[in-house]
Design a protein around this ligand. Structure first.
Ligand SMILES: *Cc1c(COP(=O)(O)O)cnc(C)c1O
Length: 369
């Protein structure tokens, strides 16, 4: 059935295609692996994946076996890279290895123990990308261990990759990581001349051409959000894909001095109109951003006031009387106005990535264009 509530997340697929074009223009010959983990950063993984594959992305990447399985269940046949070794629920990695093989995901392998688990579950050598730590210290083989992984009898190494820790902010660290990586690339290519080599995330893609190699793993930029705090996405020519909208659910006039919402953290400075919106922190409006964000209503940018509550949020409209059902845009454009995800990230003291990931399943995703 149609949702009753007017709150929804619109996902602009033409903006998504545009952002892929921006990435492809920046990367030339390198192919694009669209990172669609975490439900495509909250945008809806299956639709986003299909759209980007149709528009020229060659690969997909996910964080979890379950995410890869969901894409397969949606009928997606493109290569899907799993971005870490899945450990599974016990100490034995074989059940997780079985699942990723059944879903035909491309494993990233960093340890001989996981290579052993893959080999135990497969009848033939398992196609895999080696995952090498060159300075992130999260997951990945030490560079010294690459040789024994290349020699592993259960693996058919088809690619190798590393992950940059500071591509968004620091050139020297990135250069040092890439220098370490170059030595690994030489070693891998000596054994597997056509191995798919990759290192770049979004920041590497847009800011460090030297990190492009054969494939770039682009996530945040495809959604039109900035990979670098303080650098607006528009400066890269990107278009924000998501638009979060709702409608006015309650209208009242308040006198100057009226305190609003839990804790009375805001008080009306003058007489005026107060609009209530049917959206709150249970939908992903960060409570910590209370009194720190603005919305678009009838062509005006208006302040959100008082504490964001679980299901409802208030906006002060001053002398402008809102009507029940008026469209309110919390993120994205309305008329000439625009609210960026970066604004919310600043108000919530976080990075752009966290904002769409926190928009909860209670908000229906509507794909347009
Ligand atoms: C999430 C992730 C990416 C994508 O990062 P963006 O900054 O969103 O482009 C790329 N590679 C790995 C290993 C990741 O975990």
């Amino acid at each position: 059935m149609e949702p009753v509530r007017p709150t929804m997340l619109e996902v602009d697929l033409s903006a998504l295609r545009h952002n892929l074009d921006v990435v492809r223009a920046a990367t030339g010959d390198a192919q694009v692996c669209a990172v669609v983990k975490a439900d495509a950063y909250g945008h809806g993984a299956a639709v986003v994946a299909r759209t980007l594959l149709d528009a020229g992305a060659a690969w997909l990447a996910v964080a979890l076996v379950e995410e890869g399985e969901a894409l397969r269940a949606a009928g997606i046949e493109a290569p899907i890279l799993l971005l870490s070794e899945p450990v599974g629920r016990g100490r034995d990695p074989r059940p997780a290895a079985r699942r990723l093989l059944d879903a035909e995901l491309v494993p990233s392998v960093a340890t001989t123990s996981f290579a052993d688990a893959l080999a135990a579950e497969a009848d033939e050598r398992v196609g895999a990308h080696l995952l090498v730590d060159t300075g992130m210290a999260r997951v990945g083989a030490r560079t010294e261990a690459v040789g024994e992984l290349l020699d592993h009898p259960g693996l058919h190494v088809t690619g190798a990759w590393t992950h940059l820790a500071r591509a968004d902010e620091d050139v020297d660290t990135t250069d040092r990581q890439l220098a370490r990586w170059d030595a690994v690339v030489t070693q891998v290519r000596a054994r597997v001349p056509n191995a798919v080599i990759h290192a770049a995330n979004s920041a590497g893609t847009l800011r460090h051409p030297r990190s492009h190699f054969d494939l770039v793993r682009a996530g945040i930029v495809l959604y039109g959000l900035s990979p670098a705090p303080g650098v607006p996405a528009t400066s890269f020519g990107l278009r924000q894909v998501l638009r979060l909208r709702t409608g006015v659910s309650f209208v009242k006039h308040v006198a100057a001095g009226t305190p609003v919402s839990y804790g009375h953290t805001w008080t009306a400075p003058v007489d005026g109109w107060l609009a209530t919106l049917p959206i709150g922190y249970a939908d992903g409006v960060p409570r910590i951003a209370s009194n720190g964000i603005e919305v678009l209503l009838a062509g005006r940018r208006l302040p959100q006031v008082g504490r964001v509550t679980m299901d409802q949020t208030m906006v002060f409209c001053g002398e402008h009387r809102p009507s029940l059902g008026d469209e309110v845009v919390l993120l994205g454009g309305q008329g000439d106005g625009f609210v960026s995800v970066d604004e919310w990230a600043a108000a919530a003291d976080t990075i752009s990535y966290e904002i769409p990931c926190q928009l909860t399943a209670r908000v229906p995703r509507v794909h347009l264009g």
